[in-house]
Write a protein that binds this ligand. Structure first.
Ligand code: NAP
Length: 310
């Protein structure tokens, strides 16, 4: 396994190496993609849609397109002005839905202005909804239907968790902090499908530390820097930190920032059995699973079964 013992500052926990696991997934996607193309002529195609000029979103979208190109996929990036009206955006989605060279469509969220993300997502055909946000995919995931397109970050978290527990997740107690449609809810569904006993915590949860202390698995998807403290963690638990928070880092120079998770890493790593760092944990898995989902969509389009990644 790619994971390494943590540094002496956190002697107990295994530091879960998301970069190494993501590289393993991407390698498998590349190999399976080459085979699909050789045997059927189908080249997996990803279309990204960015509305507006938010610099962070531009970086995300560019890195997704670059990874797809590296894998030999067809990659089409559509950038629309911030004042694009909904009809024009829906028209682009309709064109991409009909384009046989495109198997997955990613609309970068949040959308600017008055654009209604729900209506835009619902306009994507479920088979090309690579983020798994269309109600059909949400329903398929909840009902255990294998045709579900599973959101990328939750799918990546599950690979890290299966690795950490050698696949033996059944019967474990899991607490997911956060109930967003993109992260918290789908992770809870996936853990339930693995026979974990799942609690979903959120901003109204009473005595969150006590809830977390009972968990063999803690998934933090909150968006609050270092909120989860070391003394919340059950000894030996696995901690998956989805949070990505920029905080000021004056020690690096004036105006500098650094990225931290939702978990106080050093404290939690002193108690946990395994923990994902930020950066280098969940983040790299998200883009790897975007590629995996694109390949899955292309395989289905070609009438083939979807590969299983892990
Ligand atoms: P979100 O939509 O803002 O949801 C945050 C959730 O946290 C909500 O359910 C909220 O509860 C809950 N929450 C807020 N304050 C809380 C508190 N004090 N105690 C307990 N729960 C609290 O965020 P998201 O999209 O799920 O993202 C969560 C984090 O993951 C963010 O830092 C985001 O940047 C990061 N993220 C990372 C990746 C990656 O690739 N690594 C991908 C996606 C997101 P309520 O529902 O009650 O308001």
């Amino acid at each position: 396994m790619a994971n390494e013992p943590s540094s002496s500052a956190d002697p107990q926990a295994i530091r879960v190496d998301g970069r190494a696991t993501a590289a393993r997934v991407v390698e498998q996607v590349a190999e399976d993609g080459r085979r699909l193309t050789a045997e059927t002529g189908v080249v997996p195609g990803l279309a990204t849609v960015l509305v507006g000029d938010d610099p962070g979103s531009q970086v995300y979208v560019a890195s997704k397109g670059k990874k797809a190109t590296e894998l030999g996929f067809h990659s089409a990036q559509h950038t629309l002005a911030a004042d694009t009206d909904e009809a024009a955006l829906l028209d682009l989605i309709a064109q991409l839905n009909a384009d046989p060279a495109i198997h997955s469509i990613l609309v970068q969220l949040p959308l600017p202005g008055d654009l209604d993300a729900k209506r835009v997502i619902e306009a994507i055909v479920p088979e090309k909804d690579v983020d798994g946000l269309h109600p059909i995919n949400v329903g398929r995931l909840a009902s255990g239907d294998r045709r579900a397109m599973v959101p990328c970050t939750p799918a990546g978290c599950m690979i890290l968790l299966r690795d950490a527990w050698d696949g033996a997740l059944s019967g474990l107690s899991a607490v997911v902090i956060g109930r967003s449609n993109l992260v918290g809810k789908p992770i809870a569904q996936l853990l339930l499908a693995e026979n974990c006993t799942v609690t979903i915590a959120h901003s109204r949860t009473r005595d969150l530390p006590a809830v977390v202390r009972g968990a063999d698995i803690v998934v933090a998807a909150v968006g609050r820097p270092e909120m989860v403290r070391g003394d919340w963690i059950k000894p030996g638990a696995t901690v998956i930190d989805v949070g990505m928070n920029r905080i000021p880092a004056p020690e690096r120079g004036e105006g500098k920032t650094r990225l931290v998770g939702d978990v106080a890493y050093a404290e939690a790593a002193a108690v946990a059995g395994a923990i994902t760092p930020v950066p280098g944990g969940v983040g790299p898995m998200t883009i790897a699973m975007l590629m995996a989902n694109t390949l899955t969509a292309a395989c289905r389009h070609a009438g083939r079964g979807a590969p299983i990644f892990g």
